[in-house]
Design a binder for this molecule. Structure first.
Ligand SMILES: Cc1cc2nc3c(=O)[nH]c(=O)nc-3n(C[C@H](O)[C@H](O)[C@H](O)COP(=O)(O)OP(=O)(O)OC[C@H]3O[C@@H](n4cnc5c(N)ncnc54)[C@H](O)[C@@H]3O)c2cc1C
Length: 504
């Protein structure tokens, strides 16, 4: 049951709601102008897309278009400009703030374009249609002994949707975010031009589209860097202090001591630094040089310490039992025999995705986050942790580093990468364990606001700054920057039809 909110929580939170619905002016004329584009208008199909993974934002498109080709999307966007009909693009729909929900107009379902077009193992490149899910791409690649570089730990996120928002993996501290592996894109601009872009060709558009939250074009194809596939060797260190775990995480990232790093917690009671390697040689080098500098404990030592600590605190035995039960259910999931061979994890995205949905997923999911420079990160996580404690009895923190691109390949400035980050940026997701519980929308929004307020105070950024959280866009990026981008958006999208309610 949700606890009642204090007056101060209620009064300080400005409750963002869904954008107003587009009322459908000119819809029939728009649909009849689309000769070669099928628009599905029946209610059950439209209802399929009524919400996103967050389950708190609901909208209904007037019609659904299944993406088939860049030419078809071009025709759709040209007609949408002429008739001023909003078009919302959707890949896997794994947003949590309604950024892939259509509040009227067209819902463009990109999963209709999900082919792997070619794999070049010599050049270490793959070309895909943008609606392909990462898990499906992994299947194609592994038949040839290849792998993607980094992708969300989630089976049903698409390449296009991920390149638009970032994409963080437990190896992002080495390889950067998923968007960094994009070498070239085919984009349909909001006015319907089909453009190939990269750092060399149309670089302005390229930089605006990756990390640009779908404002400046629909990504229809992507060329991505790939690498040889390796199963991974995982190990875990346990901490009772968030700050110590974060310092160790950042030390390992700075030294490139491991191939995969991240922190996953059960509240702030059991803090787990995961470290993993692509090869026995990398693991041996870690053991020789870094293992002794990591201050985390092994599982047995941490369990014994926790047992003693809870023994003298009977008022916390409920938490102790929760941790014990959670550990018993969760840990075998990471060591399932069908995903383990010779002590190595065969497919991290499958393993993590299963665990995420099984242990953190639910009808409603709120995952507010903070993205900061390395120096600000520990404070941001500690402050966010205090907010979690105020709002929910059970929650998880997930922290990971992102290696930044070199100076001459700058990120799109209005993105999840904070402006003062150098070398690495760090992100933390604050995820209450809602499960089958029911929390009021007001409570969930107050919680997100309290986390995002920290970001404003600290000069941070967010992975999910659009949709229901877009009230923070101006507060965190400032008016001059937002106005500049709004002007660019207006120039690129005169009728403001593409993903119109996501950012501006
Ligand atoms: C349980 C859970 C776990 C998650 N774990 C991770 C994680 O480990 N790492 C991580 O980085 N993220 C994670 N996320 C966030 C989510 O995975 C990312 O937002 C995701 O990669 C988005 O992909 P998608 O295909 O679902 O995009 P969507 O949600 O469909 O779309 C995202 C945005 O991009 C736009 N868009 C979609 N496709 C296109 C396109 N082709 N062209 C232009 N714009 C487009 C949409 O309009 C929307 O604004 C998680 C989310 C959930 C719910």
């Amino acid at each position: 049951m949700p606890r009642s909110q204090s007056t101060s929580e209620r009064s300080t939170s400005s409750q963002q709601t869904n954008p107003s619905r587009w009322q459908g002016a000119g819809w029939p004329a728009f649909v009849s102008s689309l000769k070669d584009v099928a628009v599905i208008e029946d209610a059950p199909m439209r209802g399929t897309f009524a919400t996103d993974a967050g389950g708190t934002s609901y909208g209904m498109p007037h019609g659904v278009v299944i993406a088939r080709s860049a030419a078809q999307i071009s025709a759709l966007l040209k007609a949408a400009q002429a008739h001023r009909v909003p078009v919302t693009v959707r890949g896997g729909g794994l947003t949590t703030e309604g950024e892939s929900v259509a509040f009227g107009g067209v819902l463009l379902d990109m999963t209709g374009m999900s082919k792997c077009l070619f794999i070049d193992p010599q050049k270490l490149e793959v070309r895909v249609e943008a609606g392909i899910f990462w898990a499906s791409l992994a299947e194609h690649l592994r038949r040839q002994g290849m792998d993607y570089l980094s992708a969300p730990l989630n089976l049903t996120s698409s390449v296009g949707g991920t390149l638009g928002v970032g994409g963080i993996d437990v190896n992002s501290a080495r390889f950067g975010c998923s968007a960094d592996q994009a070498l070239a894109l085919q984009v349909v601009t909001p006015t319907g031009e089909i453009v190939e872009c990269s750092d060399e060709a149309n670089p302005e558009l390229f930089r605006r589209v990756i990390l640009g939250y779908g404002q400046f074009g629909v990504i229809t194809e992507a060329t991505l860097r790939i690498r040889r596939y390796t199963p991974i060797r995982m190990r875990y260190y346990y901490y009772a202090s968030l700050r110590t775990a974060i310092e160790d995480l950042q030390m390992l990232d700075r030294e490139q001591a491991a191939d995969y790093t991240g922190i996953l917690t059960m509240m702030d009671a059991a803090i787990n630094l995961l470290v993993a390697f692509d090869s026995g040689e990398r693991e041996a080098a870690f053991d020789a040089k870094w293992h002794s500098r990591v201050r985390g404990m092994g599982e047995a030592a941490f369990s014994a310490r926790a047992f003693l600590s809870y023994l003298v605190r009977p008022w916390r035995w409920g938490e102790a039992l929760f941790l014990r039960d959670r550990k018993r259910q969760l840990f075998p999931e990471f060591r399932r025999p069908e995903h383990t061979r010779d002590g190595k994890m065969e497919d991290r995205s499958v393993v993590f995705s299963r665990a995420v949905w099984k242990f953190w997923g639910g009808r409603q999911m709120v995952i507010p986050d903070l993205a900061t420079s390395s120096a600000k990160f520990a404070e941001a996580v500690e402050r966010g942790n205090a907010v979690c404690k105020r709002f929910f009895p059970r929650y998880t923190l997930y922290c990971v580093g992102i290696r930044l691109r070199e100076e001459h390949r700058p990120h799109y400035e209005m993105s999840c990468i904070p402006p003062d980050a150098a070398g690495w940026a760090y992100g933390c997701e604050f995820e209450p364990m809602i499960g089958d519980g029911t929390w009021s929308r007001d409570h969930l929004q107050s919680f997100k606001n309290a986390i995002y307020d920290i970001g404003v105070e600290m000069g941070a950024s967010y992975y999910r700054f659009g949709g229901m959280m877009k009230g923070y866009v101006r507060r965190v990026f400032g008016d001059p920057l937002v106005d500049r981008h709004l002007a660019m958006k207006r120039a690129a999208d005169p009728a403001m039809i593409l993903n119109r309610d996501v950012i501006f």
